[in-house]
Design a protein around this ligand. Structure first.
Ligand code: ADP
Ligand code: ADP
Length: 241
């Protein structure tokens, strides 16, 4: 099934239409950039897919075949959908006072650790999985450090490790590189590409740099004032507009 199938989705805030009749489908294994000026509805679209807010009645959204939004409501299937989606944010969303390792374990547990976890008592298999993920994204040396002592790039790679440990089948990333220096940003984009190519994870990533979209993604969906104004291969983008 498709990562996300978005049909005729609108989202109104007061008098403002953040999304206006959006229909897009992202297949499993695609690497899609969502671009558009600030305020064009990119975050709103990602938040609608993850069921963080209800969309206007009339639209539907399915995630891996489960209907998560219908008749203006977020359905009960959203829990399962979320467990399959690894979410990455601009500000990393790690618990700053916990170690990077504990943060990644949160991906396996889906909740805050008990006092056992806080004192480092974790099931062995989960521990091994978390360490393997941290190693894969290149930050295993910082496992014991508090998340808030790490650089932005290290934290973002930790957030990706958390999604791996969670067992996510797709990644939804909202401006994952907007707070990073160019070198860290490229590393994070390359990691997303690797998860897409090697693990077949679907990736939907909002970006404000069109050059990143062209370089790292096969397909680009461009939004403008809540409407899809381009949906096609990244090579077909007119960058001079
Ligand atoms: P983008 O991610 O492309 O910058 P957003 O999805 O954040 O765009 O926002 C789209 C539009 O919806 C903007 O006009 C924004 O101000 C508005 N908007 C987003 N979230 C809210 C909200 N919680 N309440 C009211 N308006 C919102
Ligand atoms: P992004 O950078 O992802 O587009 P924003 O900075 O626009 O996000 O918004 C951050 C938060 O503020 C979001 O939770 C969004 O829902 C909310 N928000 C955005 N625009 C508005 C608005 N016009 N009125 C109220 N809340 C808003």
């Amino acid at each position: 099934a498709a990562v996300a199938s978005v049909r005729d989705v609108s989202k109104t805030y007061g008098a403002r239409k953040a999304l206006d009749g959006v229909s897009v489908e992202v297949g499993a294994g695609e690497m899609v950039a969502l671009i558009g000026p600030s305020g064009s509805g990119k975050s709103t679209l990602l938040r609608s897919i993850t069921g963080l807010h209800p969309i206007d009645p009339g639209g539907t959204i399915t995630v891996f075949g489960d209907v998560v939004q219908q008749n203006g409501r977020v359905t009960g299937a959203v829990r399962r959908a979320r467990s399959r989606l690894g979410m990455i944010f601009q500000q990393f969303n790690l618990v700053g006072r916990l170690s990077l390792f504990s943060n990644v374990m949160l991906g396996a547990l889906g909740r805050l650790p008990s006092w056992r976890g806080l004192f480092g008592v974790w099931p062995g298999a989960d521990k091994a999985k978390a360490m393997a993920a941290l190693h894969r994204v290149g930050v295993s040396d910082y496992a014991a450090q508090r998340a808030n002592t790490l650089s932005g790039g290290q934290q973002q790679r930790g957030a990706i490790a958390r999604a791996i440990v969670q067992g996510a089948k797709a990644i939804l990333a909202d401006e994952p590189v907007a707070s990073l220096d160019p070198v860290s940003a490229r590393k994070v984009m390359e990691l997303l590409v690797e998860l897409n190519k090697r693990d077949g994870m679907g990736v939907i990533v909002t970006l404000h740099q069109v050059d990143y979209a062209i370089r790292y993604c096969n397909r680009v969906i461009a939004l403008q004032k809540g409407k899809v104004v381009y949906d096609g291969p990244s090579t077909g983008l007119d960058t001079k507009r």
